[in-house]
Design a protein around this ligand. Structure first.
Ligand SMILES: Cc1ncc(COP(=O)(O)O)c(C=O)c1O
Length: 452
């Protein structure tokens, strides 16, 4: 029980830890998590079972070194970033299969796995001692995010997924029943349902516009003008998705932000554009953007970022354990799988070593090759626009007479891993990336054409 010197001795309530009691003056490098674990000082002594060290060695001495005395950095495997085969070899994926669904959930790189192993080993050796470094490790991740995607470290909140960031974005807005949110008919369930909850909570109305009739005909001017036509005097928020996982269409976020011109906050589900489009987030012009870092970045599974230009409009949905300021405040608290969260800096480092521009170019080149290869093929409709200005890595296909799930199964028999879009109107979906090759794209073209 936490009882201050001037506490009423009859008041047996446990005071909620304030940020001040958690952080303490001058304890900026001590994690909030440490503040919480300090409450457990009278907990029974830890089991003395030997734990593996980060290097894999087993410590048998009961006076084994604390985590802070152990190795201070993971051993990062080297690779040749100028050689795509060397880049691909960093993934543990089955080489017998062409992995066109790797973007759905990150197959970790060796670099990310090394960092996870390192943090896991330290947590195993001295959980409490390692948690003391939590603030510093989270700050290192925020700095790595800013190095990779622009802006400042403070503009990045850490989440566990795109969905957690989306919920924090729409759940943290102060709206009233007089306000409107302008959204679209193309968004993923995470946005749809967060907006439903926002309406339930605030009474604000959500209106939706359709930005294109046929995805393959989507273009910048029409998408911008259809969206802007939906703005009213009451619109306080515009809620959109950067790259539609239903069709592969990429929205012109910058042009949309220019057209909105500050009349409403622009909030974006950015997951299929993040690390798949070569742009710094501040240059997009939006106000908030949520993205899992376990898709196109190939960071640790169960990690993501919420980027905010200015955090003032958002109240925390979940109490933060990360600190009271900027992105730390909007990082949902509770203990996490910290070895994954702290390894995210190596996810950014890997992608930066490859080069964000080079990785995006490799992805787009293959996506274009796939679309070109299948355009005009009998019984195949390439659903995603050919123009890279309104598309990214996702390529959606309609195969005449074949349910997408059956297409996924058939392609797997031919050594190609694909997915089906999880929407009412479903398509067969392939996502070329840095783990696939142009030769595999050619094989996929043949295999898809053979499905008819
Ligand atoms: C557009 C879009 N947003 C959000 C998500 C969910 O992402 P996460 O699993 O990171 O919450 C998905 C699907 O994976 C998606 O396609």
């Amino acid at each position: 029980m936490l009882v201050g010197a001037d506490a009423d001795p009859d008041d047996v309530r446990v005071p909620a830890p304030t940020r001040r009691t958690l952080l303490g003056a001058g304890l900026a490098s001590v994690s909030v998590a440490a503040g919480l674990t300090a409450c457990d000082a009278e907990a029974p002594a830890a089991d003395t079972t030997p734990s593996p060290s980060p290097s894999g060695a087993v410590a048998t001495d009961s006076a084994s070194p604390s985590a802070s005395a152990a190795a201070t950095a993971p051993t990062i495997p080297d690779f040749d970033e100028t050689d795509w085969e060397s880049v691909r070899a960093q993934f543990p994926l089955d080489p017998a299969m062409a992995q066109f669904a790797a973007f759905v959930l990150s197959p970790h790189t060796a670099q990310v796995d090394a960092a996870i192993d390192f943090h896991r080993g330290r947590l195993a050796l001295d959980t409490e001692g390692t948690l003391l470094e939590g603030f510093d490790l989270e700050n290192a991740v925020r700095r790595a995010a800013a190095d990779h995607s622009g802006g400042t470290a403070g503009q990045y909140a850490l989440t566990d997924s795109t969905t957690m960031g989306i919920a924090s974005m729409y759940g943290g807005l102060a709206l009233s029943a007089d306000d409107e949110v302008l959204s679209t008919t193309h968004d993923f369930f995470s946005t749809e349902d967060s907006l439903r909850l926002l309406t339930q909570r605030t009474g604000a109305q959500v209106t939706r516009v359709t930005l294109y009739d046929q995805p393959w005909e989507a273009n910048v001017d029409e998408m911008v003008s259809r969206l802007v036509a939906g703005l009213t005097r009451r619109t306080k928020v515009v809620a959109v998705t950067w790259v539609h996982s239903s069709t592969g269409v990429r929205l012109p976020i910058k042009e949309i932000s220019e057209a909105i011109d500050g009349r409403a906050l622009l909030c974006v589900d950015g997951v299929h554009g993040f690390a798949a489009v070569d742009v710094d987030l501040p240059d997009l012009g939006c106000d908030f953007l949520s993205a899992g870092t376990h898709k196109w970045l190939f960071g640790p599974r169960g990690t993501g970022i919420l980027w905010g230009r200015d955090w003032d409009p958002l109240t925390e949905l979940i109490p933060s354990f990360s600190g009271p300021d900027e992105g730390a405040r909007l990082s949902p608290g509770g203990y996490h799988a910290f070895e994954h969260r702290w390894a995210l800096d190596q996810g950014f480092a890997f992608h930066q070593k490859v080069g964000r521009a080079a990785a995006v170019q490799r992805t787009v080149e293959q996506a274009s090759r796939l679309k070109e290869g299948l355009t005009g093929a009998q019984g195949i409709r390439v659903v995603t626009p050919a123009d890279p200005e309104v598309s990214a890595g996702i390529v959606c296909l309609d195969v005449e007479g074949l349910p997408p799930g059956n297409g996924v199964y058939e392609l797997r028999q031919r050594g190609i891993v694909a997915s089906a879009t999880p929407y009412q109107r479903s398509y067969l979906r392939l996502g070329p990336s840095i783990v696939t090759t142009p030769e595999q794209v050619d094989t996929a073209v043949e295999a898809v054409a053979g499905l008819v």
